[in-house]
Design a protein around this ligand. Structure first.
Ligand code: CMX
Length: 134
């Protein structure tokens, strides 16, 4: 794993959260994206070399919808950048981590992603991300 790629924050209302984080950073999101496969709408902010992803559910099938039924708004996951996502997935699988998708899937911000169960990381939902090379 190379670095923290972003921190994901679950919110109820993406428009309201975007306004608040635009005030916080003094700059608007550099990217806004609907990820239909994940049933989320996202907004990405830069903070120096780091990124913050706001996530809101688009419907009740969304993991964010379920999360916010049980929890308050707040940090939902930490994403790490990896070079080769398949190698990292296999490495973690061999060590007994539960991968939440068996093959890499397309995520937001031009990434292939894989989630690792929060219970295998002391309560933190963990995401592997690899840049899609065009
Ligand atoms: N962080 C920490 N713990 C979490 C969690 C999170 N984000 N989401 C769920 N949990 C915990 C729950 O609190 C629950 O714990 P207890 O059993 O102690 O109550 C346990 O995990 C099971 O949670 P659940 O509410 O019953 O939900 P599910 O098991 O159905 O799903 C999870 C949980 C993590 C497997 C599912 O949300 C998932 O597959 N997530 C990955 C995909 C995702 O999150 N997509 C949205 C983001 C997309 C993006 O970034 O683009």
């Amino acid at each position: 794993m190379k670095k923290i790629e972003h921190i994901g924050i679950a919110v109820h209302d993406i428009e309201e959260a975007k306004e608040r984080y635009t005030l916080l950073f003094g700059a608007p999101p550099y990217k806004e994206e609907l990820v239909e496969s994940e049933h989320v709408v996202t907004a990405f902010f830069r903070c120096g070399p780091n990124k913050i992803e706001l996530l809101a559910a688009t419907n009740e099938a969304s993991a964010i919808y379920k999360y916010l039924q049980k929890n308050r708004e707040g940090i939902h996951h930490i994403a790490y950048a990896v070079d080769d996502i398949e190698i990292e997935m296999q490495r973690l699988k061999n060590q007994g981590f539960r991968l939440l998708n068996e093959v890499p899937k397309k995520g937001a911000d031009n990434k292939m992603i894989c989630f690792v169960h929060p219970k295998d990381n002391h309560g933190v939902l963990t995401e592997l991300t690899a840049e899609i090379k065009n």
